[in-house]
Structure formats: structure tokens, C-alpha cells
Design a protein around this ligand. Structure first.
Ligand SMILES: N=C(N)NCCC[C@H](NC(=O)CCC(=O)O)C(=O)O
Length: 445
């Protein structure tokens, strides 16, 4: 049996824009209202997908969502033709309107939590879409995310799809952005690490003061139950509330794991040593490489600015690990010096590849935000919808599709243009044919 980690990257949607919607996410607020380029954004994402496929990695793609979200705007009382709905919402409730235009489903690390078959009681791969309750614009995603995941992983023999957790802050869940898995090999049982920012029911416990903690312990526990994980394979780790207050809105902004490596900032966690000991104990005989980055080498501020930890650590076909980093890391002297040093140390990480994903970074989404990791056996890979896997032909098709449908520049005023809605729908209609997803969007049903 062969085993792989497949990255499913989010394809950026045609309304990609900067609306300043994410309080607690520094980049989102800093770039609010600047013009965006949906075409560049989608192409930057596709280029990263293609590069990983060219490195011999299995690479998938997840479709974006339909925006502007007319169904939600109607649910909120805007009436008339679609053009009327857009016009009225933009005028009468600008913030609500902008939230309904966000292309935020591109960050598929927040699409779901995934447990590989080696970890689950029934030996199938389990998916729970994230409810993303903390931000209104993101809370609109889970239903369609669930449909896209079901169309991508469609075989019940291998894949189980749960409904997202109850839509309430008590069960606030941000998916794989707060979940990482360590293992010896992808197809062997691993340790699933669930990170949370606060306790939902016990307010006497530590929590951030300035910015919201989006994920609760209770949501992590619910997902572990749903996925049939054994207590011996799960570790719950609280994020350090102080780093959430410095802009670490998801744990994947301050730590990332792959196989026997946990790469983290010394300030990332609460009760760090006890948690690392628990991880090592549950991991078993083999030693985990705990790669700690000290504040003296990289400050939390630089980590948030450059997304040093929102990198992907991948195991290449030759067995060596490489880091997929945003070019912001290369441009920052402290961070690039750190990475230059890291590859010379005695750890499995031997190389750094830099990618320009600036369009996404300006909304607080780095390389790791753009992908959902799914560890699969060869049989499970064969059961995935093959049209969602990137090869030369599919890359060419998607790149041409972006050129045909996407605008090069988008401003706030463009978002209310009914023509943009039509363009987006015809783009997505064609996309569901390219990826053979069936009718996943509200306008198709
Ligand atoms: N760290 C991970 N895994 N994901 C990053 C998500 C970024 C996203 N930004 C936004 O939604 C900004 C949209 C705007 O402001 O227009 C968020 O805050 O949820």
C-alpha cells in the first residue's frame, strides 16, 4: 500500500477583494478597500499548485463559492431582481453587502478538518466542514463547502462527510487551520493535534483580551468524537492567548507540522512543555523533531508579517522535506536568515521554495491557508474525483478558464455591478463541468 499527503488548494473566486472583514487578522484590516486583482490571485494560486505537482506531489483543487451571495442577501430582506438586491444592499448595508461578496473560501485550510483512515475507528477518511462562526462572511461557507467536498470525495466506501458543528460561537470551528497531524508515515496511525483559543463554557480559563479566539476546545472535542479518534491519538493544545492578541488568529500562523516535525514559535502555545511531552509520548518510540523558533531570532510580529509558519512543510518523493514559503519570508532579513540556517541544521527540512501569493497574503492568507491536507492511501486516491487532481492538462484548462472569465482589477464599486454576478456564475458553471462536480451552487439548483 502506498500513502500520500495530497494538498487540495482553493481556487480563488472571481470576486476576490479586500474588504477589511477580519478583525484580529492584521493584513485584512491593513489592506481594507484597496483594489484587488482576481485574475492575478487565481493565477498565483494555480502556479503554486502546478509547481507542487511538478515536484512529484499529488495536488488537488477545490472549487470556490458563488459570490455575491444573493441567497443570503435575500434572506436578510433585500428584494427585487438580482440587480436590485445588489444595488439596495450596497447602498443600505454596505458592510453586510461586502461580507456577501468575499472570496474567502479560497483559504481551504479553513474548509474542514480531515482525519485520515489510519486514525479513525471505521477505517474511512472523515471530513467535517468548518462552521467559521466567528466572522459573518466566513459563516456563509460551510453548506456549499460540504457539497464541494462530497463531490470531490464521492465514494462512501472510503469517505465520510459530517455536517458542520452547530452554528454558534460555543462551537466555533475553523477547520484544519487549527489542526495538524504528526505521523511516521501518512498511512500509519498518527497523533492529531487540535489547537483552540478558548473554552466555550468555562470563562474562568485564560483567553485573549483584544482579538477573538475563533476556535473552542469544545468544538475540537466534538470533531474528535465525530471522527472516531482514540484519546491515545489526540492532543488538545491551547494557543497562547497573548499571541492571538498579536494577530495570530489561527494556529497555522504560528506553527505547522508534517510527519515527525513540529515547527513552532516559542510563544505559540499555552503550557508548552507539558503538551510537547504528551505529543512525544503519544507519537511513540520514534523521536519527534520539535523545531522551536526563538523570539530572539524571529519576533511574533515578524512571524505574523511574513507568515514564516504559514508555510507548507512537504515530504518530497525523495523523502526529504521542503518548506513552501511566501516571498514575504525572503524579503524579511531576520526570517530569510533563519530559513537559510534552518536547512543546514540536523532536521528533515532540506530546502525552501518561495512563492509569490501576495494577492492572498494581503488578506492574511499564506501558502498553508490556501491548502487542505488530505492523507490518502493509493486506493483512496483512486476513489477521488480525478478531475480535481492537477496535471498538465487540467492546469492548462484552469489557467485558460481564469483568463476567459476573471477581471484583472476589482474595486469596491465593481462589486455591485450585476455584470460581475453574471460573469461569476457563468465562470462557475463552466468550472463545475471542468471539475465534473455536478450542481453544487445555489444558482444551479
Ligand atoms: N490562516 C488560515 N488558515 N487562513 C487565513 C484566512 C484569512 C481570512 N481572511 C479574510 O477573510 C479577509 C477577507 C477580507 O478582509 O476581505 C480570515 O481572516 O479568515
Amino acid at each position: 500500500m502506498k500513502q500520500f499527503e495530497v494538498n487540495f488548494d482553493g481556487l480563488v473566486g472571481p470576486t476576490h477583494n479586500y474588504a477589511g472583514l477580519s478583525f484580529g487578522n492584521v493584513a485584512s484590516l491593513n489592506n481594507a478597500k484597496s483594489n484587488s486583482s482576481p485574475r492575478q490571485a487565481a493565477k498565483q494560486g494555480l502556479k503554486k499548485m502546478k509547481a507542487l505537482a511538478d515536484m512529484g506531489m499529488l495536488q488537488g483543487v477545490l472549487a470556490p463559492q458563488e459570490r455575491p451571495d444573493i441567497v443570503t442577501l435575500r434572506r436578510l430582506g433585500f428584494t427585487g431582481s438580482d440587480a436590485d438586491v445588489l444595488e439596495k444592499a450596497a447602498k443600505q448595508a454596505t458592510e453586510v453587502f461586502l461580507a456577501c461578496c468575499s472570496a474567502s473560501s479560497m483559504w481551504t485550510a479553513n474548509a474542514a478538518t480531515v482525519s485520515p483512515s489510519a486514525d479513525t475507528a471505521d477505517g474511512r477518511v472523515h471530513f467535517t466542514p468548518a462552521n467559521l462562526t466567528n466572522k459573518f462572511h466566513r459563516s456563509l461557507e460551510p453548506d456549499v463547502t460540504g457539497r464541494i467536498l462530497q463531490a470531490t470525495f464521492a465514494n462512501e466506501k472510503y469517505f465520510v462527510h459530517h455536517r458542520h458543528l452547530p452554528d454558534n460561537e460555543h462551537f466555533g470551528d475553523e477547520g484544519a487551520a487549527n489542526h495538524t497531524r504528526l505521523c511516521t508515515e501518512y498511512g500509519r496511525p498518527g497523533v492529531e493535534i487540535f489547537c483552540y483559543g478558548r473554552y466555550a463554557f468555562d470563562t474562568s480559563k485564560p483567553s485573549p483580551k483584544r482579538f477573538p479566539a475563533r476556535q473552542t476546545l469544545e468544538s475540537c472535542q466534538a470533531i474528535a468524537r465525530l471522527h472516531g479518534l482514540s484519546d491515545e491519538n489526540v492532543v488538545y493544545v491551547q494557543q497562547n492567548p497573548d499571541v492571538i492578541d498579536q494577530g495570530v488568529f489561527h494556529n497555522d500562523v504560528i506553527s505547522v507540522g508534517n510527519q515527525n516535525v513540529l515547527f513552532y514559535h516559542e510563544q505559540a502555545f499555552f503550557d508548552t512543555q507539558a503538551k510537547l511531552d504528551e505529543i512525544q509520548r503519544k507519537f511513540g518510540q520514534e523521536k519527534v523533531h520539535f523545531i522551536k523558533v526563538n523570539t530572539a531570532d524571529v519576533s511574533v510580529e515578524d512571524a505574523v508579517k511574513t507568515y514564516l509558519f504559514n508555510t507548507q512543510i512537504i515530504t518530497q518523493p525523495n523523502g526529504e522535506m521542503a518548506i513552501i514559503a511566501p516571498t514575504e519570508c525572503q524579503e524579511n532579513p531576520a526570517v530569510s536568515a533563519y530559513l537559510d540556517k534552518l536547512v543546514t541544521l540536523d532536521t528533515p527540512i532540506k530546502k525552501v521554495h518561495y512563492f509569490d501569493v501576495k494577492q492572498s497574503m494581503r488578506n492574511g492568507g499564506g501558502p498553508a491557508c490556501l491548502r487542505l491536507r488530505v492523507a490518502l492511501t493509493d486506493q483512496e486516491v483512486d476513489a477521488v474525483n480525478p478531475n480535481t487532481l492537477i496535471n498538465d492538462a487540467q492546469f492548462e484548462r484552469l489557467n485558460t478558464w481564469v483568463d476567459k472569465h476573471y477581471r484583472d482589477e476589482l474595486s469596491f464599486d465593481d462589486l455591485r455591478d450585476p455584470q460581475l454576478l453574471m460573469e461569476s456564475r457563468s465562470a462557475l458553471d463552466e468550472l463545475t463541468q471542468i471539475l465534473k462536480l455536478g450542481s453544487v451552487y445555489p444558482f444551479q439548483r
